[in-house]
Design a protein around this ligand. Structure first.
Ligand SMILES: CC(C)(COP(=O)(O)OP(=O)(O)OC[C@H]1O[C@@H](n2cnc3c(N)ncnc32)[C@H](O)[C@@H]1OP(=O)(O)O)[C@@H](O)C(=O)NCCC(=O)NCCS
Length: 319
């Protein structure tokens, strides 16, 4: 890999044509562009902030393509997302640092012969999360830096309806055996994620899952064949089959064989369903079938769970 960008190179990466190119790859929408650009200009003119951007770039480069633990990969928060008075350069700090990292990510993708369309497809998740932030908190910013660090480190890709992350199975052997998972602790699996990008139609899920194995075999040939997918989500809570029967969600949930015990999923549901992660459920209003069912469930003393599950990946592997 090339040497670390100098201060001047960092400035170049977050201004002018390079910043516009980052907006393009990240699919940054108009409502976020002005704040993103203001933050980049302020950081460019502040030596200490630019040095912090340089540290993020260095951390992401050193983790490029590597399967790190959460602790190893963690990028600390720079602001309180609830506070609309946080300065724009704090709210967009990581977005700017990711723009400064983009040339390294694209260079890594090219070494793996990952096509530009695939780079764009996964990196567009950044623009999606900028919009989700505003839906959630009412002002602009980006607080899921650890999620998007996976994208910038080249360990997650887009497969149409789903995304798949290269991850190590960190589940104890006894739990894997009990769940019938046909692989061992520490092996590489495809961690499946479900972007907020419209309905979760079963045919699109099938098509996405079928693309994962061939893609990983082609672009990560040094890995043993990745034949197991794992998903950890509120969408795998079996109660959803009763809460929203005959739905895309119920059908998605039914695909997975559960692993281990469920954990608390109420926060996840407030976040992913109501986009009000810290709200009191008494203040939430339902406008969809799922929301009505969840609010009734909570009011009657129930809870939602987060669940892990596995399935076998099919899909022809290129010879
Ligand atoms: C997963 C997801 C795509 C499913 O959407 P979907 O395919 O429309 O779901 P279904 O068709 O099964 O929906 C059944 C009902 O629940 C509603 N519903 C589904 N997901 C909803 C959500 N996130 N918020 C509010 N209501 C939702 C639907 O509108 C529908 O109700 P309606 O008939 O009154 O319109 C959607 O929930 C989503 O985008 N979630 C955010 C991303 C996410 O949760 N990722 C996983 C993170 S671990």
């Amino acid at each position: 890999m090339t040497s670390l960008p100098t201060t001047d190179q960092l400035r170049t990466r977050i201004s002018g044509a390079a910043l516009q190119r980052a907006f393009d790859y990240f699919a940054v929408q108009q409502p976020d562009r002005a704040d993103f650009a203001t933050a980049a200009a302020r950081i460019s003119g502040d030596a200490a902030a630019l040095a912090r951007v340089g540290q993020v770039v260095a951390a992401l480069r050193s983790g490029m393509g590597r399967l790190l633990t959460q602790e190893q990969a963690s990028l600390p928060a720079t602001f309180d997302p609830q506070d609309p008075n946080e300065p724009v350069e704090a709210r967009f700090f990581h977005a700017v640092a990711f723009a400064a990292t983009l040339p390294d990510t694209l260079a890594f993708h090219r070494t793996r012969a990952i096509p530009d369309t695939a780079s764009r497809a996964i990196l567009a998740d950044l623009g999606r999360h900028l919009r989700i932030f505003e839906r959630t908190f009412g002002h602009t910013g980006l607080h899921v830096q650890n999620w998007l660090a996976l994208h910038l480190r080249g360990v997650i890709y887009d497969f149409g309806r789903l995304q798949a992350e290269l991850e190590r199975l960190d589940v104890p052997a006894a739990e894997l055996r009990a769940a019938g998972v046909p692989t061992v602790t520490g092996s590489v699996v495809a961690g499946i994620h479900i972007p907020d990008s419209g309905p979760l139609r079963p045919a699109e899920v099938d098509a996405s899952l079928a693309r994962v194995r061939p893609f990983l075999a082609r672009h990560f040939p040094e890995l043993p064949p990745v034949s197991v997918a794992r998903c950890t989500s509120w969408l795998l809570d079996e109660q959803l089959c009763d809460l929203v029967p005959d739905s895309n969600i119920a059908r998605f949930c039914a695909r997975w064989h559960p692993i281990g015990a469920p954990t608390d999923g109420d926060w996840s549901v407030r976040n992913f369903v109501f986009r009000r992660p810290d709200a009191d459920p008494a203040d939430l209003v339902a406008s969809t079938r799922l929301e009505r069912a969840v609010l009734d469930h909570w009011r009657s003393g129930g809870h939602l769970h987060q669940r892990s599950g596995w399935l076998k990946l099919s899909g022809a592997v290129p010879s």
